[in-house]
Design a protein around this ligand. Structure first.
Ligand code: THU
Length: 162
């Protein structure tokens, strides 16, 4: 028996002002995109904006439903939009923010487990890392260099011996 440790490094910035201009612009657009979320049940509005390898940008926001499980997170709305509008083009950077009508929005919030699995599949399929920039409407910003870091010991198509 042996113990195995899994860890990863990511960048932490105190504010958006410390980011490279292109990253700051993308994060500001993610913050703006929270306003188009449809989240009448949670009042937790998530906005995501991606830069694609062809230079285009795609938005996504969470879309809830009276039948709660039907709701879709901003990240997966975005990935579906990206592959529909620009098939075959990978996402290279993804900025995510949120506005919480019942609380603060002053710390980064990470993608949920389902979205991590979807982001990983996108990365694996395109063999291209997705840099993830996360932050609330204010405060610290984290930059995670690739989505697969968020899902250690993940299940992928390789496990199915396809
Ligand atoms: N949500 C996202 O859009 N992305 C995440 O990564 C976490 C959660 C949404 C789903 C739901 O509409 C609301 O936030 C509260 O969970």
């Amino acid at each position: 028996m042996k113990h195995v440790h899994i860890g990863f490094e990511y960048e932490v910035y105190d504010t958006i002002d410390q980011l490279l201009l292109q990253d700051a612009q993308l994060l500001n657009k993610a913050r703006e995109t929270t306003t188009i979320a449809y989240a009448p049940y949670s009042d937790f509005k998530v906005g995501a904006v991606a830069l694609l390898a062809n230079g285009k940008e795609i938005k996504g926001s969470n879309q809830e439903n009276a039948s709660y499980p039907v709701g879709i997170c901003a990240e997966r709305v975005l990935l579906s939009a990206a592959s529909s509008l620009y098939p075959g083009v990978p996402v290279t950077t993804l900025a995510i923010s949120y506005h919480n009508q019942h609380g603060a929005s002053d710390h980064p919030v990470s993608p949920c487990g389902l979205c991590r699995q979807s982001l990983l599949e996108h990365e694996t399929h395109f063999k291209t890392p997705i840099r993830i920039i996360i932050s609330g409407m204010e405060g610290k910003v984290f930059i995670i260099p690739e989505a697969k870091l968020l899902l250690p010991l993940s299940f992928t198509s390789n496990d199915m011996n396809l």
